[in-house]
Write a protein that binds this ligand. Structure first.
Ligand SMILES: Nc1ncnc2c1ncn2[C@@H]1O[C@H](COP(=O)(O)OP(=O)(O)OP(=O)(O)O)[C@@H](O)[C@H]1O
Length: 240
């Protein structure tokens, strides 16, 4: 569904993406893992058009979407949920959702979509008139995911959804992503919490120094000693 071919890019003179190439399949969850600074978030910015790349190609279902603007990527059915908190804290839950649909010419449809996502996330209906800041961290992440769903994306890029959440809320957020995958949405996720993320993913991708070093079924990566040593907190002695 999504293919990156030999992407080079970075910030100023600094090259972060060093020939990044990978493919992901429709209807799957793929988790990108790798050391700090490997370029995981940068890959997402490149896909979503927030970072101008120097060379390479990005294909979405065979269509060349290289260096499209974020607005064009949204219209192609790609949503992006960045790392951290990305809500308007003083605005209501409903207002935050409305902002997710602001670019759509069909506002009647957006109202129906807001209703539909509130069906999917009952807590958001319950708290529709509360300020976003009054939601728990996990509920705020649910609101961000719900907002990303307004335009009915076929691909969601989600960066570190578990950061700052309790184990229970991490589980709930992962369950939400699994449900979306089961409904046919393709998910590409970056996660520091590599073990838990791979355990709920279909595929895993190891990014190092801006290159995809390994790509495999998630459970294979989870049990691969090289991945364990590097990223999953295993000790070298355990492998001896
Ligand atoms: N806006 C920016 N301007 C300059 N350098 C940046 C910018 N954003 C990121 N970088 C640098 O690019 C490199 C890759 O950053 P990126 O956020 O993609 O890494 P990451 O793999 O997501 O790491 P982490 O797990 O730490 O979030 C880092 O060295 C970072 O300092």
């Amino acid at each position: 569904m999504l293919e990156l071919k030999d992407i080079f890019g970075g910030y100023g003179k600094m090259t972060i993406l060093n020939g990044t190439s990978f493919k992901i399949d429709r209807g799957t969850i793929t988790t990108v893992i790798g050391p700090n600074g490997a370029g995981k978030s940068t890959v997402f910015k490149a896909i979503f058009g927030l970072l101008r790349i120097r060379s390479g190609q990005i294909l979405l279902d065979g269509t060349n979407v290289t260096s499209n603007t974020p607005a064009r990527m949204l219209s192609h059915g790609v949503s992006y949920v960045p790392q951290g908190r990305n809500l308007f804290p003083m605005l209501s839950v409903r207002h935050n959702l409305e902002i997710g649909g602001i670019s759509s010419p069909d506002q009647a449809k957006i109202r129906r979509r807001i209703d539909a996502v509130m069906d999917q996330f009952p807590i958001l209906r319950e708290k529709a008139d509360s300020q976003a800041i009054t939601l728990s961290g996990g509920q705020q992440k649910q609101l961000e995911i719900a907002r990303a769903l307004l335009l009915e994306p076929r691909l969601i890029l989600i960066d570190e959804p578990s950061i700052g959440l309790s184990p229970q809320m991490i589980n709930e957020t992962f369950r939400t992503l699994i449900r979306l995958r089961d409904e046919g949405v393709t998910i590409l996720m970056v996660e520091q919490n590599a073990k838990a993320a791979l355990a709920m993913s279909d595929y895993g991708l190891v990014l190092e120094q801006g290159r995809a070093r390994m790509y495999d079924k998630a459970d294979k990566l989870l049990h691969d000693p090289r991945v364990g040593q590097l990223f999953l907190g295993a000790h070298l002695e355990e492998e001896a």
